[in-house]
Design a protein around this ligand. Structure first.
Ligand SMILES: [Fe+2]
Length: 202
């Protein structure tokens, strides 16, 4: 079938082999899940384009497919932020002179308070993400819990540090109740240069 969507997303390749506390096996499985979101995003766009071309915009089928865009698009994009803010031999904490440290201090009073909040969100029960976002208008950072992939995102805010806390992110390496151990491992792998480069001036 000819593709009628006007843009095809491609999965990004990440080389994250050898992370601390997150196995290559986990990453391999996780990359496949991510690629599924990319595929599903393209499939939805294609099917919606076909419905529009066939004069079926506004039909129940069109509405149902359109409602699924938030889940698939955010599943794709949040994984790209997540994989993109990790690296082998990353650092537990950013340097005190880094842009992120300054932004966390300005927004939360101290970096430690920011981290307590971010880690606390990561431990929340449920399926989702912990995300530190920046308000592009004020430059202020705030931490958010995203249920699934799409519930809790703030319109226009930029994800700065993204942590996947769906169980698939750690279940091959830790028990379901050991999410705190995975969060500790995640912090050992943060690519703070990548995180700092996402911050914009207010
Ligand atoms: Fe994931």
């Amino acid at each position: 079938m000819a593709n009628t969507a006007n843009y095809i997303y491609q999965a990004t390749e990440y080389n994250l082999s050898g992370l601390a506390g997150i196995s290559d096996q986990t990453l391999e499985m996780h990359f496949k899940l991510y690629q599924g979101y990319v595929t599903n995003t393209n499939t939805l766009n294609e099917q919606i384009a076909e419905l529009i071309a066939g004069g079926k915009a506004g039909t129940p089928a069109y509405a149902e497919l359109t409602r699924r865009l938030g889940f698939e698009y955010n599943g794709m994009v949040l994984h790209e932020y997540y994989f993109g803010n990790m690296k082998k031999d990353g650092g537990v904490d950013p340097g005190a002179s880094s842009a992120f440290y300054s932004a966390a201090e300005a927004s939360f009073g101290s970096y430690d308070t920011w981290k307590t909040d971010f880690v606390g969100i990561g431990k929340m029960r449920g399926v989702g993400w912990a995300v530190a976002s920046q308000d592009p208008t004020t430059g202020r950072l705030s931490n958010h819990w995203i249920t699934l992939h799409e519930i809790g995102n703030v319109a226009g805010y930029k994800p700065i540090l993204v942590m996947d806390v769906w169980e698939h992110a750690f279940l091959l390496d830790y028990k379901p109740a050991e999410r705190p151990k995975y969060i500790e491992a995640f912090f050992q792998n943060i690519d703070w240069d990548a995180v700092n480069s996402r911050l914009g001036a207010a």
